[in-house]
Design a protein around this ligand. Structure first.
Ligand SMILES: [Zn+2]
Length: 202
């Protein structure tokens, strides 16, 4: 099935990956360096070489409910975190949504989740989550996400110095009744804290 290409990113091995509108990813070029394939590293070149769509064989093998689960997780990052549309909370999250953030914060329910988003966005106002891949099976979704932001308020006891950070995190979700029932985030906190400290210590 042909799917629209909605973006590109490099994975942990430096390979280029196309993000498809069906929420699947597809490798488009393996193994850096890319000097011999300059089209890989320019957006215009990729558009010329690949076009606007790619065939997605994963879609044909996957049942509809897994598409729906992936789509919920995609919207969780895009709408609730990146676009901060907190009015979408009741559409995407079950009323007893259970949550553990990568800071270790644990909460249940919509109001507590909204407070947490606000708290994190205060520390990192430009926080952005880039989904690298998702695995969906039964009622579970696991996502590997790259998180970036600029440190603007005290967190983990570290005073802000306006430094930029980038860290990897894994989120596991459970889904039920067409909504997310739980999310559990695990970040490379050691790496994150080292980055924040390195920036704030002159
Ligand atoms: Zn697909």
């Amino acid at each position: 099935m042909k799917q629209r290409i909605v973006g590109f990113h490099q994975d942990e091995f430096g390979d280029w990956v196309a993000e498809l509108s069906c929420n699947h990813q597809q490798h488009v070029r393996h193994q850096p360096p890319f000097q011999l394939r300059p089209w890989v590293i320019s957006e215009q070149g990729r558009r010329q070489q690949l076009g606007a769509e790619l065939e997605c064989s994963k879609c044909d093998r996957e049942p509809d409910y897994l598409h729906e689960n992936r789509s919920l997780v995609r919207r969780y990052y895009d709408e609730l975190w990146n676009q901060r549309q907190l009015n979408q909370v009741s559409e995407l999250l079950a009323s007893d949504f259970r949550f553990r953030g990568w800071t270790g914060f644990v909460a249940q329910g919509h109001a507590a989740f909204r407070d947490y988003v606000e708290q994190i966005r205060t520390a990192f106002p430009d926080l952005h989550y880039q989904v690298e891949w998702m695995l969906a099976e039964d009622n579970r979704v696991v996502a590997r996400v790259n998180c970036t932001g600029t440190h603007r308020a005290k967190i983990f006891g570290i005073e802000p110095a306006g430094g930029h950070f980038s860290c990897v995190l894994f989120d596991t979700f459970t889904v039920g009744g067409h909504k997310l029932k739980s999310a559990w985030a695990i970040a490379d906190r050691h790496e994150l804290i080292c980055q924040l400290k390195a920036i704030s210590t002159p």
